[in-house]
Design a protein around this ligand. Structure first.
Ligand SMILES: Nc1ncnc2c1ncn2[C@@H]1O[C@H](COP(=O)(O)OP(=O)(O)OP(=O)(O)O)[C@@H](O)[C@H]1O
Ligand SMILES: [Mg+2]
Length: 240
């Protein structure tokens, strides 16, 4: 069976600077994968390429067997691929509810997610729905960013560093929502620097270093030393 989503020899550049060198990644329907790697490894560039924020050659990214590498971000959302961007990128002058509604504007696929089901997933957002999004705590803002992406009823949800800057108890809350998101049928790509979190939630893990995939496998078959080498290279750093 064809993969739901795959990248084939994906390269990405910022001007003359090459950030990604031939990344092959596969995602099957309903699967949750994690992409881990240190600062600057190319994780966000990979997510932005898939989401159409960065344009690539058409054949470098396939969705349901069709080349989508050159589509822009709006067309990628229409195909059912939604990004929760690094740093959340909420609209500061809009309310929580307006931020959520933007996620479905003009490109709403039929499916499980609506304002109602997102408020059931994150009840605090219903209480805060009339507040400006930026008046919320960091964790609540992350919930809005996830909700906004879900509003398009994606079949692929790309999540870039959800836990960045959040307290452990808040991270637990946010990842607690993922079983419901999976149950809605979405396949999920999680980018994380928190390796333990990634191993906990993912069916398969990809490790990136310096723009390349250095390790792939199921959490149960990856040992600590292999992850260490794939994450940091052959240096002397120790895993936390
Ligand atoms: N807008 C940009 N312009 C130029 N270079 C960039 C830009 N964004 C990222 N880079 C460079 O591309 C490389 C990959 O960056 P990227 O943001 O994809 O890494 P990352 O794995 O997401 O890191 P982090 O964990 O810090 O978010 C880095 O060397 C980074 O400095
Ligand atoms: Mg990043």
């Amino acid at each position: 069976m064809a993969n739901l989503l795959e990248t084939r020899g994906l390269t990405a550049f910022y001007g003359d600077f090459q950030a990604i060198f031939g990344v092959d990644l596969e995602l099957q329907a309903g699967e949750t994968i994690a992409v881990i790697g240190a600062n600057g490894a190319g994780k966000s560039t990979l997510m932005r390429s898939i989401a159409g924020v960065i344009s690539n050659a058409p054949a470098m990214i396939h969705h349901r067997g069709q080349p989508i590498g050159a589509l822009d971000a709006a067309d990628v959302v229409c195909r059912g691929i939604a990004l929760v961007p690094e740093g959340r990128k909420l609209f500061p002058s809009l309310s929580v509810e307006e931020n959520l509604q933007i996620g479905s504007y003009g490109k709403r696929a039929p499916g499980y997610w609506s304002l109602e089901t997102i408020y059931a997933l994150f009840p605090i957002l219903k209480e805060r729905r009339r507040n400006p999004a930026t008046a919320l705590s960091g964790g609540q803002q992350q919930m809005v960013a996830i909700g906004r992406a879900l509003m398009s009823n994606p079949e692929v949800l790309l999540c870039d560093e959800l836990s960045l800057g959040l307290a452990p108890v808040v991270i637990k809350d946010i990842y607690g929502a993922f079983s419901k998101i999976r149950a809605s049928g979405a396949a999920i790509v999680i980018v994380e620097q928190d390796i333990a979190q990634a191993l906990k939630v993912a069916d398969r893990v990809y490790c990136m270093m310096e723009g390349r995939i250095t390790l792939t496998g199921c959490p149960a078959e990856l040992d600590r030393a292999a992850i260490h080498a794939a994450y940091f290279g052959a240096g002397t750093h120790e895993l936390a």
